[in-house]
Write a protein that binds this ligand. Structure first.
Ligand code: ARG
Length: 436
């Protein structure tokens, strides 16, 4: 129950980074001799080689990664190993390891999100003039260009990228190490030196807050939950679009699987999983809020429950971003199926209503009239342009024939191809600039 080694061994790179900085600082502050420092650094190299090579002898008695490293260090270099923990507690040590881990992984997330967004932009660029229906309520609503639809995800991902960039820079700006157990330490340490070596912006100004704080875990989980929620919508659309009913896309074989008994089927497994992943991270976020909620200051063992949800979120996000990128890169869009679905002239109903509005009719009235026309056409089983009605004069019929429904959406942010090209350029520029 008490042990966390089964999962926190994953923190060893961060734990060693923190320990090296601590040892160097202790020597600079005169707490350790230069020879002791060098011996500790040599020992930490040996420990690192074992951990990286998979030969590190973990023991049943190691409660967590911090104790395992210290125990092994002392086995390898003798009693001087016991000096590493001078002016330090596992409370400020674990907070520092976790902050470093969150910073590393938030940086990874920024890169992976960037890669997916770039792939989406490249695929969008190849489909600037491919029309498909845009949907509301999953009913055909107004046609849009495929590039426009794909770019919607790019803007979501750019916001996600910014959120992770914030986590990597601001959420983990303050160094916990040096806070000791909770009140500070009995040595004249130089925390600024440690902060600088470990890449923190500043030293946590309050030792109590330093060891109690796990906001950066909440922030990572929150950013991951939102990003995965975006990916779940992409996954859901890929599932729909790859069905025979839609037939808009063929997903790459590497991201699909055959049915064990129905030879004609190709299942969009990866897209379905993409659709399903977000709730577990949303659950982890809610769960970890529960852990921190009403927790008295300062460190409490409850906080060890930060690790599994965070590690799971990191792995879930990584695999989901990879899958999304692979599926988008290998997707084959059926441009004819999409165009056919988009050419249903009922989809131009809004354009006819707008024609009446431009002639001075109130929008509500125009909406009512065109709604009536649509009902008549559907009841008669004919396209709108074949309907005989006093409300469909020459100009309105021309609108139906002209297939001009996309190019007329030439408002800022609209789907007209000029606007989509401008949007592509804007997305490229946003990707080229570093997140704030
Ligand atoms: N394994 C512990 C954790 O993850 C490390 C800190 C333990 N500190 C303590 N005072 N028991 O939270």
């Amino acid at each position: 129950m008490n042990t966390s080694l089964g999962f926190d061994r994953r923190l060893w790179p961060q734990d060693l980074r923190g320990s090296r900085a601590h040892a160097r600082m202790l020597a600079a502050a005169g707490v350790l001799s230069p020879a002791e420092r060098d011996e500790l650094l040599r020992g930490l190299d040996l420990v690192e080689a074992e951990l990286a090579g998979g030969t590190f002898p973990f023991s049943e008695n190691d409660e967590d990664i911090h104790m395992a490293v210290e125990r092994r260090l002392t086995e390898l270099i003798g009693p001087v190993g016991g000096k590493l923990h001078t002016a330090r507690s596992r409370n400020d040590q674990v907070a520092t390891d976790m902050a470093l881990f969150v910073r590393d992984e938030a940086g990874e997330a920024v890169k992976r999100i960037d890669a997916l967004a770039r792939t989406l932009v490249a695929v969008a660029e190849q489909h600037v003039d491919v029309a498909l229906p845009g949907y509301t309520h999953l009913q055909r609503a107004q046609p849009v260009y495929l590039a426009h639809h794909l770019l919607a995800y790019v803007w979501m991902l750019l916001r996600d990228r910014d959120r992770f960039a914030f986590v990597a820079s601001r959420s983990v700006a303050a160094l916990p190490l040096g806070a000791g157990a909770l009140a500070g330490v009995n040595f004249a340490t130089d925390r600024g030196m440690v902060a600088e070596e470990l890449g923190f912006d500043h030293v946590a100004p309050n030792s109590i807050d330093a060891v109690s704080n796990r906001d950066f875990v909440l922030d990572y989980l929150g950013a991951a939950a939102t990003c995965l929620t975006h990916l779940s919508r992409l996954g859901a659309e890929l599932v729909l679009w790859s069905s025979s009913e839609f037939g808009f896309v063929r997903l790459p074989d590497a991201w699909s699987s055959g049915s064990s008994i129905m030879p004609q089927k190709k299942n969009p497994d990866a897209a379905e999983l993409l659709r399903a992943k977000a709730p577990r991270v949303v659950g982890s976020l809610a769960g970890f809020y529960g852990v921190l909620h009403a927790l008295p200051l300062t460190y409490n063992k409850d906080m060890q429950e930060d690790k599994e949800p965070l590690f799971d979120a990191v792995d879930t996000l990584t695999v989901s971003l990879e899958a999304a990128e692979g599926m988008i890169r290998g997707a084959e869009f059926d441009e004819e199926r999409m165009a056919a679905a988009a050419s249903d002239d009922l989809i131009a109903a809004t354009d006819i209503a707008d024609l009446y509005v431009k002639r001075g009719m109130p929008f509500r009235e125009a909406h009512g009239i065109v709604g009536g026309l649509v009902r008549e056409a559907v009841a008669a089983g004919i396209p709108l342009r074949e309907l005989r009605s006093e409300h469909l004069d020459e100009e309105a019929r021309a609108l139906l024939e002209r297939s001009s429904w996309l190019e007329s959406k030439d408002s800022e942010g609209g789907t007209a191809s000029g606007r989509v090209r401008a949007q592509l350029a804007a997305a490229r520029a946003a990707l080229a600039s570093a997140p704030p």
